[in-house]
Ligand binder design. Structure first.
Ligand code: GAL
Length: 457
């Protein structure tokens, strides 16, 4: 090979080598160009070692939304209740876009299942950040007594809630000068729902006294219609508390819980006899029906009446039913002028795993926007006194008027008047009563329950 040719060959080799080198250089450049993309999508799995420094460089932007979450526990999983909760979560997401809402709802009306799950978790030291608890003895006699929840006085001051939450409610969520929960609503327990067509077909108008109700249900029974739809056991306790109120009146009803009304009195016996009579008009498969199943019998035209709290209205709306056309309402006969109430509230767990996020949730739950999103769907009125009335349907507007003008008494089934142990003893007695329908035995058991866990000790 001549020198010239050798030089040409060497040049050719150099050119090829530089081409090869520049080809090899391309992949090394690529990650640098792709680096911003990797930061935008930190989960990119291919180059974990390279991604790590990038993540440390921009921790706030990429990690905060993943890390911040709040676990909220309730029993709102269906029938208007889940929809109401979703509406409030939507507001929460708008107010706190960086916090992930973890919905730990456990199915089962009135919290029968959920509260058992919650009790187990609390016992195991594994609390959700926040949970649904009823204002009244359920809250004070259980969670406060067991030191499971934190006082919220500072939050009340910060949010100005004392100016907007009803005065009647504050004592029911307070102990020793501390306020322990954030009420989201007011529900009414003593509501009679009815199917308008069935009533019209049988020439029945909404009954206002127990006697009128019995007469109407006799007519319906004779016509082969199920007069009163009923569900599982807690709906039975719910029915019973409304008949106790109807039979005793508000003062003596309140006395059952304060100790001034004798559970062994003839008046209470008459009330229990009224209750056992009401039960003769109910469907035989009650024990296997949820509250939604029982309420649906009315709007589907398979039963004339149902006694249920006004969450039933949220459920009827979910089903696409319209007020007055598909369902009527009135106070349970004999309870007109009385508002048997309960209130759902949210608490802050002692040792909440995500305390700041839980406080953010409570702020939404106590806010006007949160309450006005939740309640029209849930079938309740806002706990706050400044809710926007125009957002609420016909039934709920009537409930607002009644809440403002009626005599207010508390619900047993939904945590206002009795602590958990007393309520559970009443429930046990009720379970036996539903088997044997023996009023004397039942009354004796109720007297014993008041002596064991109530104010008759
Ligand atoms: C109540 C609760 C209501 C509704 C109802 C039926 O105890 O306060 O919000 O959920 O149970 O599940």
């Amino acid at each position: 090979m001549s020198r010239k040719n050798l030089a040409l060959a060497l040049m050719a080799i150099l050119v090829v080598m530089s081409l090869i080198l520049s080809a090899c250089a391309t992949p090394t450049a690529a990650p640098t160009e792709e680096a911003p993309a990797a930061t935008e999508a930190p989960a990119e799995p291919e180059t974990p070692t390279e991604a790590a420094p990038a993540a440390t460089e921009a921790p706030a932007a990429t990690e905060a939304p993943m890390a911040d979450e709040v676990e909220v526990f309730s029993w709102w999983t269906g029938g208007g209740e889940a929809a109401g909760l979703e509406a409030m979560i939507k507001i929460f997401n708008e107010q706190y876009p960086n916090i992930t809402f973890v919905n730990s709802a456990v199915a089962g009306g009135a919290g029968t299942n959920a509260r058992a799950v919650l009790a187990t978790r609390l016992q195991a030291g594994d609390p959700p950040d926040s949970w649904q608890g009823h204002a009244g003895q359920e809250l004070i006699g259980t969670y406060v007594k067991d030191q499971k929840i934190e006082p919220l006085n500072d939050l009340y001051a910060q949010e100005g809630w004392l100016e907007v939450m009803p005065e009647t409610l504050i004592p029911l969520i307070s102990a020793d000068g501390n306020i322990y929960s954030v009420p989201v609503n007011i529900h009414r327990a003593n509501v009679l729902w009815a199917n308008p067509t069935i009533l019209a077909d049988n020439s029945i108008t909404m009954p206002t006294t127990l006697d009128e109700w019995f007469a109407a249900m006799d007519t319906l029974q004779a016509a082969g219609v199920t007069p009163l739809a009923l569900g599982e056991q807690w709906t039975n306790m719910h029915l019973m508390e409304t008949v106790l109120l109807a039979s005793l009146g508000p003062e003596a009803y309140n006395g059952l819980w304060s100790g001034t009304t004798d559970w062994g009195s003839p008046e209470v016996k008459t009330a229990l006899e009224n209750y056992v009579k009401v039960l003769t008009y109910t469907n035989s498969d009650a024990a296997s029906l949820s509250w939604q199943d029982a309420a649906q019998l009315v709007v589907d035209g398979n039963a004339a009446f149902n006694v249920m709290g006004d969450w039933a209205e949220g459920f009827f709306r979910e089903l696409g039913k319209a007020p007055t056309t598909d369902y009527l309402w009135a106070a349970v006969p004999g309870t007109g002028g009385n508002f048997q109430f309960l209130s759902d509230s949210f608490v802050l767990a002692v040792g909440a795993p995500h305390r700041d996020a839980a406080i953010a949730w409570l702020i939404t739950a106590g806010s006007k926007a949160g309450q006005d999103a939740f309640n029209p769907v849930k079938g309740s009125i806002p706990a706050r006194s400044d809710g926007d009335r125009s957002l609420y349907g016909e039934y709920l507007q009537s409930a607002m008027d009644d809440w403002a003008s009626n005599t207010v008494v508390g619900s047993l089934t939904h945590g206002v008047v009795a602590n958990d142990s007393w309520k559970s003893e009443i429930d046990t007695a009720l379970g036996l009563f539903l088997q044997d329908k023996n009023v004397e035995t039942f009354q004796a058991a109720l007297v014993a329950a008041c002596q064991a866990s109530g104010p008759c000790q």
